[in-house]
Design a binder for this molecule. Structure first.
Ligand code: PXP
Length: 239
């Protein structure tokens, strides 16, 4: 059975729209866990547009949840991770002007820095993951610099599916990378832009062990409630 990571960033987006305390991403994380999320993902962006430092502290302090902290590859963020000790860290690229994380890491260009950061995290027993586009060379490089896992960016696949365009080629690329990563000893995760349909399609790739889904789960929860939405995903990815 694949694991489900629930990203609660967009509960903070809504809270921040009023600059007050409600709705609280910590409560969303607790409820998501109660209803079956295997982990909680939070992305502390450099501009703090959703999750902030206090959220990270509060959420990471809870020993009842497995926390996956997404962060940019820099030493300031590394310090924050070491202070808050999440269970997992996923390193993602970050551009100030983007609406969301639009692509995977350019590992080639940042190999030395990434390797250094991964080494420190590995030493602190934090599971590490790199967010990458489905290209074989990214998988090879991830192994070379000692990541534990890769998370494959499913944004393009999700977009093609939603636009009812031909997605077979993109799906093939994701499958090929998943098989290869699994073969060389990297755990495979997938995420970005996913909804029920994408989850159902990607569920056929047995090498993928974890999905990280945020925006759709939070949006859908407005209408149907977080319990129903999480339970529906759990059923979808359970076979
Ligand atoms: N995985 C990673 C590494 C991400 O950066 C994001 C977006 O923050 C997600 C998963 C979740 O994407 P979405 O909110 O589109 O489901």
């Amino acid at each position: 059975m694949k694991r489900l990571g629930v990203n609660v960033d967009h509960v903070a987006t809504l809270r921040n729209a009023r600059g007050e305390r409600h709705p609280d991403p910590f409560l969303a994380a607790k409820l998501a866990t109660k209803y079956g999320a295997d982990s909680i993902t939070i992305h502390l962006r450099e501009d703090r547009r959703h999750i902030n430092d206090l959220d990270v502290k509060k959420i990471c302090n809870s020993k009842k949840m497995k926390i996956n902290l997404e962060m940019a590859a820099n030493f300031k963020m590394l310090k924050i991770a070491l202070r808050n000790k999440p269970n997992y860290v996923c390193i993602v690229p970050e551009k100030r002007a983007e609406i969301t994380t639009e692509g995977g890491l350019k590992i080639n260009k940042n190999k030395f820095k990434l390797k250094k950061i991964l080494k420190v995290l590995n030493k602190s027993k934090i599971r590490t993951s790199l967010f990458v586009d489905p290209i074989i060379n990214n998988i090879k490089l991830s192994k070379e610099i000692d990541a534990d896992c890769i998370e494959i960016h499913t944004g393009k696949l999700s977009r093609l599916i939603k636009q009812k365009k031909n997605f077979k080629n993109e799906l093939k690329k994701i499958k090929k990378c998943s098989i290869y990563a699994n073969k060389i000893g990297l755990e495979v995760h997938a995420g970005h832009g996913m909804d029920y349909k994408t989850a159902q399609i990607l569920n056929s790739i047995k090498e993928i062990k974890e999905f990280n889904i945020g925006h759709f789960i939070i949006g859908e929860s407005f209408f149907y409630g977080i319990e129903k939405v999480i339970k529906k995903f759990k059923v979808l990815i359970s076979n």
